[in-house]
Design a protein around this ligand. Sequence first.
Ligand code: SAH
Length: 467
Amino acid sequence: MQHFPIFLRLAGRRVVVSGVGQAAVAKLRLLLKSDAEISVFGPDPDPQILAWHRESALRHDGRRVETGDLDNAALVYCASNVPSEDARVGALARRLRIPVNIVDNLEGSDFITPAIVDRDPVTVAIGTEGTAPVLARNLKAVIEAQLPISLGPLARIAQAFRNRCDSVPSGRMRRALWSEYFFRRGPRGYAREGRNGAREALRSLLDEAATATRPPGLVSFVGAGPGDPELLTLKARNRLHEADVVVHDRLVSAEVLELARREAECVCAGKTGYGPSWSQARINALLVHRAREGKHVIRLKSGDPAVFGRLDEEIKAMETASISWEVVPGITAAAGAAADMGASLTRRGRNSELRLITARDVDGFAEHDWAALARPGSVAAIYMGKRAAAFLRGRLLMRGAAPSTPITIVENASRQDKRIVATTLLGLPDALEEARLAGPVVLMLGVLPRAAMRSTETGFEVRREAV
Ligand code: SAH
């Protein structure tokens, strides 16, 4: 982000515009929405500027800007369309440390003006750092259509009721009140009887809140999917928007965490395969503690919460503490990896069974039904297998698996930095070593990515390469 968005207080400050043509008029239309005192300089002004001058909306002066004109100016716009004149005024302003915008000159400007959706006092500012004005215009149209025209008056009324609203317990109850007011009863009241109708709606919501009891806490065990935020379920997204507290594993991607409500308390409970992590008891205690405060706690787990996520233990802790809970499923790493590979995990005539196994359990490397896994055509997604390659290979070969059995290593499934390496059971330890994988990895036994398949009716030709 090269330009940081802020909202600047302009009441009692001056904004100086150098230039009187179309470019200046376009900027002035926006500036006139603010409380700034606006001074415009330049000969032969556009008739619109003269009209604004006559209405005292701004002051126009027919000469060029001089240093004394910039006293108490918060911003300077150079909109003369004459590069040398814009550069001269820009230099005057910079000497006084006043931020400058030179119209249509991103490099020469200290700040840029966003596209604006105006529901005063609610303002949405959209910026693309000058890269795609069309995109900004389209986004503006989308947002304009989303925000009710009454939003501005509704927000002013809310401001006037601020003291009374402070008496409603913060958290879920207050949020529910505001969302009911802004998006349901407020607009309905406003449509019926204008400001009075909206005021009445808020008053009755506050009366209802005064007699309501504080809602009990809730813990949602939510699947965050393998990393791509678009792979979240709609329900998971909604839970993240409602959250008071988010307790997440380290594998949950930053892009998914971005979607959590800004004000939510966000706690990383560790839990990568090998890094430091919180004890299960400590996590349970935190969930119980926050839920008892009446909070909506999101326990966000990578993939699906019911796959290698110790879900039962956490649910049991909630039940012991009599706390309500729910599970929101997610896309497990194996499904994400299969999608990246463009490969099916089951196939008629090859495998009618799919196993999800972990390479590690509480006692170290996990034992499995190796004979079944070693059978030709068997397919398994092996979680937490990065450091178990030699063990897996040893066990499978011992039980008669073909050394050429295909295995696909998928790192960072569904993420932008995903890597897919097709190899064989025999080559697995070397391939893992060579790939130097830093992200989470799932090993897909018995399947190859589409690009590495030379499928015949019977099998694969294996190439060891990154695809
Ligand atoms: N509940 C999770 C699994 C948690 S166990 C799920 O359903 O996916 C952690 C293991 O999941 C990691 O060691 C890795 O094997 C796998 N994993 C999680 N996210 C992954 C990703 N984006 N790409 C590859 N493997 C992943």
